[in-house]
Structures are given as structure tokens and as C-alpha cells.
Design a protein around this ligand. Structure first.
Ligand code: GTP
Ligand code: MG
Ligand code: ZN
Length: 304
């Protein structure tokens, strides 16, 4: 059962166009509309009243933060509130692809990490479908993941097919609200099913007939963990842009920059090829990974 903060009687567990699925303290779910001027999100605690066959949401509890993601037209859209942890799901490609240079989508991962840091939440970098990888690929992936471990982030190699890393993931979820994010088909819904088989969420199985995926997740939905905490499944994205982030915030989104921020010669240093840049000096001395530095530069260019 959910523990409700004093004064609130509902938790938004999903949104369907103009309706919200609101769960009460008995675990009963009521279809609600919302008062004008309120925009509830999955993960919001609310007050609501019975109205006709359903209910109406009247107030929202102040949020600890919310995650914004692109909608179908690539426009930023708030997606979930009160998140503690982002599980960033990447996958080994599904085509027996053993190209020497294949690495997971670090660009997407680093964008999500910046968003997570600015949200005040914790990222977990996960690489799924490791059953598809050769030992050499696994070795390469572990090297790529070690960059994140050195920053202090948790990383996991998982397989829902071979039941690898599922217990370790489970151990990271207790008593937190975690959202699963990443590209479509990476295995977000499958991982949630592996954690809670009783849910039997429909997953994006590729249809032999059309060659296209179906049952791809289209709505952000919150599920309760039996031992406390919540998991939020969200639709996959191809791109994840950083909106309303300025240069200073971007640098703050790179956690390993922290010891050096404020130490550059120039106050508005862009940390790229600047004289007296403390960040670049740290990168030069091997204290900051060159891969992450390149990622920062790429994101910096996109801000302009
Ligand atoms: N080989 C292998 N396939 C997996 C694994 N996990 C998931 N899959 C498959 O990958 C496909 C996509 O899985 P989903 O869980 O639907 O992916 P998703 O990230 O939820 O996708 P969206 O809802 O579209 O964002 C399905 O065909 C799964 O069976 C795994 O560990 N190994
Ligand atoms: Mg899904
Ligand atoms: Zn600098």
C-alpha cells in the first residue's frame, strides 16, 4: 500500500489524454479529470473528490521535481513528478552486431544524466540484452561503463532473457520512485516485467509479419513495488534534448566537473580550448574522461 503524505488522498498513476488514473489509500483507481490551471503528472500526489462516475483532481502536492521528455513532435513535455532515480536503459544491438567500435548510446545517456543531476535525482546506467553479446563485446562494454563508475554512478549489465543482473537491479529499487527511460526497444518494459512478473506488461515484440515492433509503450505508468517504492515505465525516445538548460547548468550536470568549477581563469569560461581552464586541465591530467569531455563539448555546441 502507498503511504500518502498528510492532506493528500490520491496518487496519479497514469494519464490518458484528458483523464488521470488516480489511486486512493485502498488501492482503488478512479478515472479523474483535473481542475483548470492544474496539470497533474504521473507520480503526483493530489487531492481529489468524487464527481459523477469518476472524480476531479483539486490540488497538487508541491513537486520534488519533474522530468521533461519530447512528445511525438519533439516538443518538450513534462512526463513524471517526484522521481528519485532514472534507470537509463541501453541495449546491445539486436543483429549480432559485433562491430569493434560499437558502444552504447553515450550521447543519449549523457543527456539523461545531465537532466537527472539538474533534477536532483540519481542516475543508474544500465546495459540490457547482454545475452546477445560475445565475451569481447562484454569486455568492451564494461570498459565503457567504467567511465560512469569512476564518476560514482551505479552501472549494471542485464539480460531479461538470461536473467542476468535482475537481482542487482531489484536491490537498487527498494523504497524509491524510479523511472525507466531510453530508446524504444531497449527493454524497459521487459525489465519491469522481470522485476514484477505478475504485472505482465505487454512488450515491444517485433512482428514477423510486418517487421515492425508492436506493443511499444505509449503511456507513462506507475507501478508499486511489493516491498515499497514505485517503478515508472515510459515510452521510448529516439532523441532526448536538454531544454531551458544554460551553459552553467550544463557544466553542473557533469558531476565530475564539480571540484574544478569556479577555478577557471575566466568567470564565463566555456571549458573548451580556453586559457586557464581548470576543467580542461583536469581532463588533460586524466582526472576527467576524454569521452565525457567530448560529450560535454557536443552538448555545449547544441546550446548555442
Ligand atoms: N535478447 C534479449 N532481448 C530482450 C531483452 N530484454 C528485452 N528484449 C526484447 O527487446 C524487445 C523490446 O522490449 P521492450 O521491453 O518492449 O522494450 P521497451 O524499452 O519497453 O520499448 P518501448 O516501450 O517501445 O520504449 C522485445 O522483443 C523483448 O523481448 C534481453 O535481455 N535480451
Ligand atoms: Mg516499453
Ligand atoms: Zn573552464
Amino acid at each position: 500500500m502507498i503511504t500518502f503524505p498528510t492532506g493528500y488522498n490520491g496518487l496519479v498513476i497514469a494519464r490518458y489524454s484528458n483523464f488521470y488514473a488516480v489511486e486512493d489509500s485502498d488501492g482503488k483507481i478512479t478515472q479523474c479529470v483535473s481542475r483548470k490551471k492544474i496539470s497533474p503528472l504521473c507520480g503526483d500526489f493530489v487531492t481529489w473528490e468524487v464527481s459523477g462516475d469518476g472524480g476531479v483532481i483539486t490540488t497538487l502536492m508541491p513537486r520534488r521535481g519533474m522530468l521533461t521528455r519530447p512528445d511525438r513532435r519533439g516538443q518538450p513535455k513534462e512526463t513524471a513528478a517526484n522521481i528519485d532515480q532514472l534507470i537509463i536503459v541501453n541495449a546491445i544491438p539486436d543483429v549480432g552486431d559485433e562491430q569493434a567500435h560499437y558502444a552504447f548510446n553515450t550521447a543519449l545517456t549523457d543527456r539523461y544524466i545531465v537532466a537527472t543531476e539538474l533534477l536532483g535525482a540519481t542516475p543508474l546506467v544500465l546495459l540490457n540484452k547482454c545475452d546477445l553479446a560475445s565475451p569481447e563485446t562484454i569486455e568492451r562494454m564494461e570498459k565503457a561503463l567504467s567511465i560512469y563508475q569512476n564518476i560514482g554512478y551505479t552501472t549494471l549489465l542485464t539480460s531479461t532473457k538470461a536473467a542476468i543482473g535482475i537481482e542487482a537491479l531489484n536491490a537498487r529499487l527498494c523504497n524509491k520512485t524510479s523511472i525507466f527511460v531510453g530508446e524504444s526497444g531497449a527493454g524497459k518494459s521487459s525489465l519491469i516485467n522481470a522485476i514484477m512478473p505478475q504485472l505482465a506488461i505487454r512488450t515491444n515484440e517485433v512482428s514477423a509479419h510486418s517487421g515492425l515492433g508492436k506493443h511499444t509503450t505509449t503511456t507513462t505508468v506507475l507501478y508499486h513495488l511489493p516491498l515499497g517504492g514505485h517503478l515508472i515505465d515510459s515510452p521510448g525516445v529516439r532523441e532526448f534534448g536538454l531544454w531551458k538548460v544554460n551553459a552553467e547548468q550544463l557544466a553542473q550536470g557533469f558531476k565530475e566537473f564539480k571540484p574544478y568549477l569556479g577555478r577557471c581563469k575566466f568567470r564565463n569560461c566555456s571549458h573548451r580550448r580556453n586559457a586557464g581552464c581548470a576543467i580542461e586541465a583536469a581532463a588533460g591530467a586524466g582526472k576527467i574522461s576524454s569521452v565525457r569531455m567530448a560529450s560535454y563539448h557536443k552538448l555545449y555546441d547544441e546550446l548555442q
